[in-house]
Design a protein around this ligand. Sequence first.
Ligand SMILES: Cc1cc2nc3c(=O)[nH]c(=O)nc-3n(C[C@H](O)[C@H](O)[C@H](O)COP(=O)(O)OP(=O)(O)OC[C@H]3O[C@@H](n4cnc5c(N)ncnc54)[C@H](O)[C@@H]3O)c2cc1C
Ligand SMILES: *[C@@H]1O[C@H](CO)[C@@H](O)[C@H](O)[C@H]1NC(C)=O
Ligand SMILES: *[C@@H]1O[C@H](CO)[C@@H](O)[C@H](O)[C@H]1NC(C)=O
Ligand SMILES: *[C@@H]1O[C@H](CO)[C@@H](O)[C@H](O)[C@H]1NC(C)=O
Ligand SMILES: *[C@@H]1O[C@H](CO)[C@@H](O)[C@H](O)[C@H]1NC(C)=O
Length: 465
Amino acid sequence: MRLPALPLLLTTGLAAVVQLQERQTLAGSNICSEIASNIAGTVYYALTEEFIDGVYHYMTSSEQTPECVVEVANAQDVSTILKLVGSTRTPFAIKSGGHASNPGFSSTTGVQISVAKITEITLSADKSTVEVGLGNVWTDVYTALQGTGVNVVGGRVEGPGTGGFTLGGGYSWKTDQFGLTCDTIQSYNLVLPNGTITSVDSSTPDLFFALKGGLNRFGIVTSIVMETHAQVDMVYGGLQVFDTGSIEDLIIATQTFQTENTDPKAQVILTINGGTIPGAILLSFYDGPERPAAFDPYNNITAIIDTLEGGNRGAFATLSTTGLTKAYMDAVYNESSFYGALAIVHEGLLLSYDVEPFGDYGQYATDSAYPHNLSQLPLNLYFSWKLAAEDSYWRGIMQQSINHLTQVAMDEGIYSADLYAYPNYALDTYTGAQLYGPTNAARLRTIQAQYDPNGVMELAGGFTF
Ligand SMILES: Cc1cc2nc3c(=O)[nH]c(=O)nc-3n(C[C@H](O)[C@H](O)[C@H](O)COP(=O)(O)OP(=O)(O)OC[C@H]3O[C@@H](n4cnc5c(N)ncnc54)[C@H](O)[C@@H]3O)c2cc1C
Ligand SMILES: *[C@@H]1O[C@H](CO)[C@@H](O)[C@H](O)[C@H]1NC(C)=O
Ligand SMILES: *[C@@H]1O[C@H](CO)[C@@H](O)[C@H](O)[C@H]1NC(C)=O
Ligand SMILES: *[C@@H]1O[C@H](CO)[C@@H](O)[C@H](O)[C@H]1NC(C)=O
Ligand SMILES: *[C@@H]1O[C@H](CO)[C@@H](O)[C@H](O)[C@H]1NC(C)=O
């Protein structure tokens, strides 16, 4: 199929379910009114539309009910709030697109900060950079740049925010051409944990490194200045859904694609699904108008049509490998069907394994908290289920599945102790060393001690280094 210009976007529609609890402490209400009288933005309380938007997450398991939602208007507001929550030791959270897969990483029972109103998208006069407010989702950025002849290295599907996606790393359809999204950032407009508003670029190498994978541990970013690249008018791509009878053929085609593709403009994601609707989904993207020869390995596999599901509880887990072998992908398929068989008993819906056959993108890696100069291939497990009572069951199964696949990867010679887990796909139980490697984790702890001596950002959920 042919799509209009700019990256392929695929919708996964869903509805947020907000569970409203009793308002908690008086202290909580006081901090909200204190914030309200000191900022240009607006504070919202339960049941307003803005409150519900501010609380919304892709996975309901990543949602909590805060005292209030604060839609900040600018960096000055963020500074005021960080000083207030820091001095009163009030739990808080920062949310951009709300696609965090870990509970509490962008939700809180305290003060929910939303950057939704920071929506500027400003192309520089020479079109070489664009400043993007982190209240935007990627679709907003692509729409704004349409017709300009330039584009950015951003999200692959509709939904994720520019905030968490970029601060965790950012795997894009353009990663084989330009690296991760974080490799294309010229500067970050950051509010430090003590409220100081600053700009971080290569002249501040430690913070610049920390923000490339370190997520919300170093302050709140209001906007980013991204490099642009020339964009052709038409791109080719789409989504195909297959039944289980095609999965073996898709595995063989994906192995061929990963080992033989030399065209960095051609990218695919193979999703192998267990659960209530087993099967596979192939997302294809070409940064040009026609189907390239690179996709030939997939030519003879017949697709059916289907839809995706969202708005449920869920989690991500991940494993990085140096390559993809058929036996490894067969084991991935076995995991999806093996645990898929348990879905009905444990209210499971979807057990999805994303195989991402990138090429040599590590050549574009910049000095980043999340090391990626070895061009590792991240596997993304996405499980979803209905009931909170099943949270620990499925999260345990996900880790068990990763452990099993790690063993298979070792047997297959595609495991390396020098590869780490992609932060945006990792379970919250992962340590700094598992996400960043021991050297980078130690460096992050040093930077944290320097810039956040009072542990203000620890009042927000996130990884522990
Ligand atoms: C449907 C779906 C598709 C995805 N596709 C991809 C993909 O193609 N490539 C890829 O790499 N990843 C992908 N992901 C993973 C995604 O990158 C992460 O979930 C990411 O963290 C989401 O960012 P967000 O802003 O939407 O989430 P949020 O929940 O808003 O934030 C995630 C984390 O970032 C922090 N954060 C957000 N904004 C700020 C800020 N302004 N300052 C400081 N910290 C902040 C939050 O506090 C939180 O810890 C996908 C996830 C989903 C659910
Ligand atoms: C697809 O099928 C055609 C006809 O059967 C065959 O000639 C071609 O080689 C096949 N292509 C691939 C990539 O398997
Ligand atoms: C399938 O996966 C399960 C769970 O990891 C494992 O116990 C079993 O040995 C696997 N079977 C095959 C054939 O790989
Ligand atoms: C890759 O990055 C790591 C740390 O991020 C660094 O120690 C290593 O020297 C780099 N390797 C290459 C080949 O650049
Ligand atoms: C805030 O932190 C920065 C970085 O550590 C420091 O340079 C600045 O002096 C601090 N500001 C205040 C008011 O403490």
